[in-house]
Design a protein around this ligand. Structure first.
Ligand SMILES: [Zn+2]
Ligand SMILES: [Zn+2]
Length: 81
């Protein structure tokens, strides 16, 4: 199951479980679309894997399967702004 991390690793922007512009790599390193496109060239800076759109979890299921609340912020990997 996806963790659905709550923020972008680069810019620390909030990415709620219904965010339409969250992307993840296969390890669930999580970024916002602008960072992925403009700063990362569509590759994860941690594992070099591809970044793809994160599916949104239906709100009705978030009670039983809540999103992660653990923020991961790792701006070093994202290059200079
Ligand atoms: Zn970002
Ligand atoms: Zn990764």
């Amino acid at each position: 199951m996806l963790e659905l991390r709550p923020n972008c690793e680069c810019c620390n922007r909030d990415l709620p479980p219904d965010a339409p512009d969250a992307v993840v790599c296969s390890f669930e390193c999580t970024f916002c679309r602008p960072c992925a496109d403009q700063r990362l060239g569509g590759r994860c800076p941690n594992c070099d894997g591809e970044l793809v759109a994160r599916p949104r979890r239906p709100a009705a299921l978030l009670g039983k399967f809540p999103a992660s609340t653990k923020r991961v912020h790792n701006p070093k990997g994202c290059g200079a702004a």
